[in-house]
Ligand binder design. Structure first.
Ligand code: BES
Ligand code: ZN
Ligand code: ZN
Length: 476
């Protein structure tokens, strides 16, 4: 892990790489004047370095070992700073990197620098037997603010924790194992943790979770995390989809890319990590987080198409496709979290391929029980620098998930609008709560390493949920 700290502006640069910003048309960003003036214009031209966002160029430097120029585009916005820092951190060839990008006169510049370095410098090496992928070990912010750095690191560490859990192979994250991994981190952050085993899940009558779990030899778990700071106003309820591997069940998926279904517990990872960050930041918001964990497998006792399940509360469900399992376990997750009577519920799930078709791999879908709820997520996401887009809970489509012999069925029967019908299904279990549903099926996984993103699990949602909690001031 890359260490990030503050140093005096006149720190000794020898042996280090100096990271500085350059605007479009090779105009120096504030603080980059000297370094850029010292660079050979021929070399800049040869490298076609124009200061465009995404461009990074390493050149020799008289005081430091080398200087890494980071293109920031027309205006030094915090998205460009975050991405530029992420790109720079991976090309640095020295153990020490020093930067003054945090000095750019822009609200949030320092935060963006820390996020870029901490997220862009993420490496998942648990299964590599040799060395580190990155040379850099420390990033030094010239004249940085220690408190700001520390605060931002809480959220980036939580994002990287979620990434670790998601990147872990399904073999090593059976529901009981993952529940214990979450417990260890949550307890260290001072949260109250309850883990329900399969007999408790049966006693509590979580029929939908049990139904999905029936096909696996690895028993299900349900984790409840509670953060209850003194004098907290608002109460946030979180629910995360925790499918530790989604084979599709008897409605089996095809082989191509099935390995990606180890990601299907991203929602669980994200809400758990966000709760940990909220507690570590001591935000004055009560949070109750419910995480149902199970495989979706194909054993002899597996759920069959046509079976009917009874979730702990709300409509009965005719299962017509066992691959639409996320909404089943979330029905129970929503039922459990509602018992705690939160002021607002947010669920996070890699729920539908249709959300990915609609918005691609870089944007997550938001559905809100009313426009205020959706707006509060969008605002939090924009402050956090994550990409979300609102989709409609279009009630006319609800007819398409009515079952002939149960209350609801778990697929609509149409190939179209699948993210919406899935969200409408969940709305029955959120009932009259203020509720938002985040479908992260597209962006839960980064397909390439670029900027603050590293190929593999993205951890999308952690930063947005932390910002959401920051914005919740009192009961509404
Ligand atoms: N876990 C998948 C959704 C998914 C797809 C996540 C691609 C990430 C990438 C979910 O359980 C699923 O299989 N959904 C089905 C629903 C369908 C059967 C109605 C889908 O989207 O195809
Ligand atoms: Zn599925
Ligand atoms: Zn799934």
């Amino acid at each position: 892990m890359v260490e990030i700290k503050t140093v005096p502006p006149d720190v000794d640069l020898s042996g280090a790489s100096l990271i500085v910003g350059v605007l479009a048309d090779t105009q120096p960003a504030p603080g980059a004047e000297e370094a850029l003036a010292g660079a050979d214009p021929m070399l800049l031209e040869l490298a076609k370095f124009e200061g465009k966002t995404g461009q990074v160029l390493t050149l020799p430097h008289d005081q430091a070992k080398s200087v890494v120029f980071v293109g920031l585009g027309e205006e030094p916005g915090f998205e460009a700073i975050r991405a530029g820092m992420g790109n720079a951190i991976r090309v640095v060839k020295t153990e020490r990197a020093v930067t003054n990008l945090n000095q750019i006169p822009l609200d949030g510049a320092e935060r963006a620098v820390v996020e870029g370095a901490a997220l862009g410098g993420y490496q998942f090496r648990n299964y590599k037997t040799e060395g580190e992928a990155l040379a850099v070990e420390t990033v030094e912010l010239m004249g940085g603010d220690e408190a700001t750095i520390g605060e931002v690191l809480v959220t980036t560490e939580a994002t990287n924790l979620a990434r670790d859990w998601v990147n872990t192979p399904a073999l090593d994250k059976a529901p009981e194992t993952l529940a214990e991994l979450i417990r260890a981190q949550a307890e260290a952050a001072g949260l109250t943790v309850e883990i329900w085993d399969e007999s408790r899940i049966a006693t509590e009558e979580l029929g939908a979770l049990l139904g999905v779990a029936a096909g696996s030899d690895r028993p299900p778990r349900l984790v409840v995390l509670e953060y209850q700071p003194e004098g907290s106003g608002a109460h946030l309820g979180l629910v995360g989809k925790g499918i530790t591997f989604d084979s599709g069940g008897l409605s089996l998926k095809t082989a191509a890319f099935m390995e990606e279904m180890k990601d299907d517990m991203s929602g669980a990872a994200v809400v758990s990590a966000a709760t940990i960050a909220i507690a570590r930041l001591a935000l004055p918001v009560r949070v109750t987080t419910v995480v149902p964990l199970t495989d979706n497998a194909v054993g002899g006792k597996a759920l069959r198409p046509g079976d009917i399940l009874r979730p702990v509360a709300g409509p009965t469900i005719e299962v017509l496709n066992t691959d639409a399992e996320g909404r089943l376990i979330l029905a129970d997750g929503l039922g459990v979290v509602r018992r705690y009577e939160p002021d607002m519920i947010v669920d996070v799930a890699t729920l539908t391929g249709a959300a990915r078709v609609a918005l691609g791999d870089k944007i997550a879908a938001v559905f809100g029980s009313d426009s205020d709820v959706a707006a509060s997520i969008l605002q939090a996401a924009s402050r956090a620098g994550e990409h979300f887009w609102e989709m409609p809970l279009f009630n006319e489509y609800k007819k398409s998930i009515e079952s002939d012999i149960a209350d609801l069925k778990n697929i609509s029967g149409s190939r179209y609008g699948g993210a919406i019908t899935a969200a409408l299904f969940l709305s029955s279990y959120a009932d009259d709560s203020k509720w938002a549903h985040l479908d992260i099926a597209g962006p839960a996984r980064s397909r390439e390493t670029a900027g603050e993103q590293v190929k593999g699990a993205s951890g999308i949602g952690v930063r947005t949920l932390v910002e959401l909690a920051r914005g919740l001031v009192g009961p509404s």
